[in-house]
Unconditional design. Structure first.
Lengths: 460, 268
């Protein structure tokens, strides 16, 4: 890999804080001059990954190379990277000039060269004539400009940006986005940008890395990620989407919402369970006609500035979000059309919960670190390792956590048109997936119960 | 009327608090040997205090007091600042424990600190004198320095130390060029506080000063008062010390207020 044109090579990075796994085998390769955005919800591990790249944290496992050189154990002050922090982190006791000159003074660059370079950097960020100002007297946007100047003046191979615009107001954020993109073009430095704002990621990046729960979910160009999300998490996180359960009847034919639709995907096999993603702007809505593909009743209609956002329910109980320039009245009968190329079909990551477990005796099995009652098993001894399957809709969730066999907290909620698909983190850290019609909130603590007849046990 | 009583009560309280020191200050401007006799205005006690008219041991006691205060405040400032940085970087639970451990010596009665240090020095066989007094003063001053420096660290943007490393500073350079300037106001307040605490300490000093004839102001005055009557020159001396401490306290408060204002401005 040494002769590759990758400037950053992160291979198999893992990191845990105590019991909590923050990064789980993350690999990332960045080309020279690329603008890469690491995108994900808070707590997904993106900032930890950036800190490992900068050298403020160390990985438990894995290797980091920059420009072909192994820097896994190199301290931050010897790495060819510079960082722009979320809260600017300017030195309050120094003025603008001394803040920007800080790195060059440490490198013992000549005074007159420092001066020219500081002026150039200030010009680059549009802050000429601010040299002698006290940094505390600057606005948030100006402080961030100084922070950027302070980083780029050192001519790093890679510029790391940790949610640099998160603390700015919307208007300022939009302006700065354009300036950053411009700066990236002019400087030719590789940018690694961390954000939780999907719009920002789509606007700025050459490549987006979507992360969740410490894992890379998808890497691709903004257009790829938006149009061809790899799984339901990415589809839900990037933009608005309708995500539904479906079945691939055969190549180019998918069944969902109780009827068959033409699509363009193939090679998934016959009758394969799939997730179907449809962007709200890709559903064509019109007053009821016979030429529609399916029908429904408008439940709500909200004006969103450019378009209207409507919720429509179909006769068989599915709820679809639609965005259109025309408004339809609540209660109105409507017909819908979806083009085959707008139906995105994704292989399901799993179709039921699968656990490794062990039999305690003929009617008790241990899974997820807890003992569950199961139907009597013939021919499987106590202590034997088994594979256990539990269907998504067979897991009962209870408000009262004492009522359950075990406790977990809701980590991710996906609306699937007629039910919710929840990811529950259990006490011992394993994930349990649940289909339910009840409404739960993110981070709710729930009691978990599984009926004995719903625990399917197989010998390994 | 109600307001008048409220005001009067406040002034009465202040008068009671400051009466003793005011009396000393007033009677420092007269020549009478016995406190309470007014024999006309004079600054003779002040001149004799500084012109060697007093007993030689009083002057050396003053000198000792200031040397001990400066040295122990300096050592306590260094130790306390380093400790504060260390405690600040601990994880939550350990941080809580260390903060509590730091607070206990401050709440501990001076007399207990004094006796325990006395026993420690005796059991280790250390001859008591200058060194033991300084060690003792460093011991009870250090927690106060930690207490002064800690808020500066908490107000500090946690990223600035990392930013310095990121820009190529070694950990040592980052400490000197970024962390130190940030906590300097806390260190100065801590030094002033330690200095005043050291000057005015009696209980710990008397137990650790030994029997070699070393005297600080507080032990000298104590011994003098027991011999029968105070030397008249102690009146101007008390006045000077009071004014000095008052000025130092005003300085600390003004600094704190300025820091507060600067912080508010920053938030705006």
């Amino acid at each position: 890999m040494n002769n590759s044109n990758f400037i950053i090579e992160l291979s198999h990075i893992s990191k845990s804080f105590g019991e909590k796994v923050v990064l789980d085998d993350v690999s990332l390769y960045v080309k020279k001059g690329e603008f890469v955005t690491i995108l994900g919800p808070s707590g997904c591990g993106k900032t930890t990954l950036l800190r490992i790249l900068a050298g403020f944290g160390t990985a438990d496992e894995g290797e980091i190379k920059i420009g072909g050189a192994d820097i896994t154990n190199v301290p931050p002050h010897e790495r060819p990277v510079n960082t722009v922090f979320q809260r600017y982190a300017l030195f309050p006791h120094l003025n603008v000039y001394d803040n920007i000159a800080f790195g060059l003074k440490l490198k013992k660059v000549k005074e007159d060269e420092i001066e020219t370079r500081v002026r150039k950097a200030l010009k680059m960020v549009g802050m000429t004539d601010y040299e002698w100002r006290d940094v505390n007297s600057l606005s948030g946007g100006q402080q961030q400009r100084v922070a950027i100047a302070r980083a780029i003046i050192n001519r790093p191979q890679v510029l790391l940006l940790d949610e640099p615009l998160a603390a700015l107001d919307l208007k300022m954020r939009k302006d700065m986005q354009m300036e950053l993109k411009e700066m990236h073009k002019t400087l030719g430095i590789t940018f690694v940008y961390v954000t939780h704002d999907q719009e920002e990621a789509l606007t700025l990046s050459d490549t987006i890395v979507v992360m969740s729960e410490g894992k890379v979910q998808q890497i691709g160009t903004p257009i790829d990620i938006y149009n061809e999300p790899k799984n339901s998490f990415v589809a839900d996180f990037i933009g608005e989407s309708n995500i539904l359960n479906g079945t691939m009847v055969k190549d180019k034919l998918v069944r969902f919402m109780g009827q068959e639709f033409e699509c363009v995907d193939k090679g998934m096999g016959e009758n394969a369970p799939v997730d179907v993603v449809i962007r709200p702007e890709d559903v064509y809505i019109m007053a009821k006609t016979d030429s529609g593909m399916f029908e429904g009743v408008v439940q709500s209609c909200i004006f969103k500035g450019v378009h209207y956002e409507m919720l429509v329910t179909t006769p068989n109980g599915y709820e679809i979000m639609i965005q259109d320039y025309n408004a339809f009245e609540v209660g109105q009968q409507v017909s819908m059309i979806i083009k085959p190329s707008d139906i995105h079909v994704m292989q399901k990551e799993r179709i039921c919960n699968t656990f490794e477990g062990s039999m305690i005796d003929s009617t008790h099995v241990e899974i997820m670190g807890k003992e569950f009652v199961c139907n009597e098993q013939v021919g499987i001894e106590g202590g034997e390792k088994v594979e256990v399957e539990v269907a998504f809709d067979k897991v009962e969730l209870m408000d009262n956590k004492e009522d359950g066999t075990m406790v977990g907290d809701v980590r991710f909620i996906l609306y699937k048109g007629d039910h919710y698909h929840l990811t529950i983190r259990t006490e011992n850290g394993s994930n349990l997936y649940v289909d339910t019609h009840d409404v739960w909130d993110d981070r709710d603590i729930v009691g978990i119960k599984i009926q004995p007849e719903d625990i399917k046990i197989k010998r390994v | 009327m109600k307001k008048f009583f409220a005001q009067a009560y406040l002034w009465l309280l202040l008068a009671m608090l400051y009466a003793p020191i005011l009396i000393i200050a007033i009677f420092s401007f007269t020549e009478a040997k016995v406190l309470g006799n007014w024999t006309g205005f004079s600054t003779k006690l002040y001149t004799s205090l500084f012109s060697g008219g007093v007993h030689h041991s009083l002057l050396s006691a003053i000198e000792n007091t200031f040397i001990i205060a400066i040295v122990s405040a300096a050592i306590a400032t260094v130790l306390g600042s380093i400790a504060a940085i260390g405690i600040f970087n601990l994880r939550n639970r350990q941080k809580m424990i260390m903060n509590t451990l730091n607070n206990i010596p401050m709440l501990n009665p001076d007399i207990i600190t004094g006796i325990s240090l006395f026993l420690l020095f005796v059991s280790l066989g250390i001859t008591q004198g200058y060194a033991t007094v300084i060690l003792a003063h460093v011991t009870f001053c250090t927690p106060y320095v930690v207490l002064c420096v800690m808020p500066r660290l908490q107000q500090m943007n946690p990223n600035i130390y990392e930013a310095a490393l990121d820009l190529g500073a070694t950990p040592g350079q980052a400490l000197r060029k970024v962390l130190m300037p940030e906590i300097k106001p806390g260190m100065i307040s801590g030094f002033i506080l330690a200095f005043t605490l050291s000057i005015d300490d009696f209980a710990v000093t008397i137990f650790t000063i030994g029997t070699e004839g070393l005297e600080t102001l507080s032990t000298y005055i104590y011994a003098d008062a027991r011999k029968g009557g105070l030397t008249p020159e102690l009146r101007p001396l008390s006045t000077i010390i009071f004014v000095t401490v008052l000025l130092l306290l005003i300085t600390i408060n003004v600094r704190a207020q300025r820091a507060q204002k600067a912080k508010e401005k920053e938030l705006k």
